[in-house]
Ligand binder design. Structure first.
Ligand code: OOG
Ligand code: NI
Length: 467
């Protein structure tokens, strides 16, 4: 069988990147900047012999040039359920639920991504996928949004046919794979002709710019792609040096010795010419701001306890910064101060169970395994202390709702008529899963499973009853 989901994902990711580079040339420049920053970070690391931890995976240039994520915004249950089918063909599944009402947006989201270590290693491409929550719109806007969304079809007929084939026959032929990629791109392509009138656009935008972006166009255009870097502070600096319209600050945790979760920055969305329908059937010229380029630096995946500590600290930073009226670099200083509380060494993150790890046998461990010296029950701590086991942190493969909010805000402005209504909303995982037609996987569970699998392999090789 020629159909390989990992290969499809890589091909789609490349095709999408090429399309986006031609649609948004500044994105091409951003990739060059990331390449420059990473090259320099690797060089510094080698010449200084610095003890800074660099994941070897991150320094392999070829793999590193592959984009890591994109984002789309959808309007209806049918769109979300069909996108789920489309991503499944490429081995991408819904992981995690993100309640964006927390950040004042009438939306919730998931990330479609590979779930196993093997698939992530082949190509970790993921798509943050947002859906509008109609119940959080005012009545008038809701009616307008529903009318516009009912009239659009964001999937080509050929793509729908290929989804049926993939699901019923369990694979696609090489020709069908190529067709799938070509047709799949159409869902994400930019269209400068809006499906609404200028007045309707303004009404949607006045309630929230994101509603206008989701509802006014005939496709669900990719709104950004995000390469990964190993030195996001340097990328931010280089963007400013190159006169790129960089976002004011980097989202997420501060710079640390042991990077955790995810740090992100972007160049701000460009103002683009758009043509709105008018009632006589012709078009009037206007503009829209939506598409940007982003950069991410990924750190370690945190356990629930680690994440709780992260959320608590961030919450305090946000409350204090509002009280003191701090933003920009003053906010960053406060963030750094508060985050001193978060342990910053591998051994502490491990021993306090704040992060997830992958275990493996040291060369001593391998030797002992062959000599069959170990039998019975031994604790992880024992095996580590004896130099039999070692560990390395698992990479965080997911997103952060408040950081996503910061990215949204920088790119679209955050005026919202119904903000109080939105902020007081409850998360609606059930409603999201109903739209999706399936469950979203719990990201903590996936990391815990990876950790457990690595430990189990060590246990088997050592011939132990349990660890
Ligand atoms: C999604 C923003 C979220 C991220 O990197 O946190 C995101 C959007 O702008 O639609 O992609
Ligand atoms: Ni993003």
């Amino acid at each position: 069988m020629d159909w390989d989901q990992n290969d499809m994902r890589s091909r789609f990711c490349h095709a999408l990147s090429d399309m986006y580079k031609s649609e948004v040339p500044l994105y091409r420049d951003l990739i060059d900047v990331v390449w420059e920053a990473d090259g320099k970070a690797i060089q510094d690391n080698q010449t200084n012999g610095s003890p800074k931890l660099i994941n070897p995976d991150d320094v392999l240039p070829l793999r590193h040039r592959v984009e890591r994520h994109g984002a789309i915004r959808l309007g209806t249950a049918h769109e979300l359920a069909t996108i789920r089918r489309m991503f499944a063909v490429m081995g991408m599944y819904p992981v995690g639920y993100y309640d964006l009402s927390l950040a004042g947006f009438p939306m919730h989201a998931t990330a479609f991504r590979p779930k196993t270590q093997e698939a992530l290693d082949k190509n970790p491409f993921r798509v943050f996928t947002t859906v509008l929550r109609m119940e959080l719109l005012t009545e008038k806007t809701r009616a307008l949004a529903q009318k516009a969304l009912e009239q659009r079809i964001i999937f080509t007929p050929r793509l729908m046919g290929l989804l049926d084939i993939a699901e019923s026959q369990g694979y696609l032929t090489p020709e069908q794979c190529t067709d799938f990629i070509t047709n799949g791109l159409e869902t994400f392509r930019w269209h400068s002709k809006a499906t609404v009138t200028h007045d309707e656009y303004h009404q949607l935008k006045a309630e929230h710019p994101l509603i206008a972006d989701i509802v006014s166009f005939p496709s669900s255009h990719i709104n950004h792609l995000t390469p990964r870097t190993i030195d996001i502070d340097f990328v931010q600096q280089l963007m400013l040096d190159h006169g790129m319209p960089a976002k004011e600050r980097i989202e997420g945790p501060p710079k640390r010795t042991c990077p955790i979760l995810l740090r992100q920055t972007s160049f701000k969305a460009l103002e683009e010419t758009v043509y709105f329908r008018d009632l006589s059937g012709s078009y009037v010229k206007g503009s829209h701001t939506a598409r940007f380029g982003e950069v991410e630096q990924r750190g370690y995946a945190l356990t629930r306890e680690g994440r709780q500590l992260y959320d608590q600290i961030l919450d305090r930073v946000n409350v204090d910064s509002v009280k003191m009226g701090l933003n920009g670099s003053d906010y960053d200083k406060l963030l750094e101060d508060h985050f001193k509380e978060f342990p910053d060494s591998l051994s502490k993150l491990h021993d306090l169970k704040l992060a997830y790890f992958s275990y493996r046998l040291t060369s001593l461990g391998e030797q002992l395994a062959h000599e069959v010296m170990l039998k019975g029950e031994v604790s992880i701590q024992d095996l580590l202390a004896k130099g039999i086991l070692s560990y390395e942190p698992l990479t965080y493969e997911d997103f952060l709702p408040l950081s996503a909010g910061g990215i949204f805000n920088s790119n679209l402005g955050s005026i919202s008529l119904s903000k109080d209504l939105i902020r007081s909303a409850d998360p609606d995982l059930d409603g999201f899963q109903r739209f999706l037609g399936t469950y979203v996987a719990d990201e903590f569970h996936l990391y815990a499973e990876m950790q457990q699998v690595s430990l189990e392999l060590c246990r088997q090789t050592l011939g132990l009853r349990s660890i």
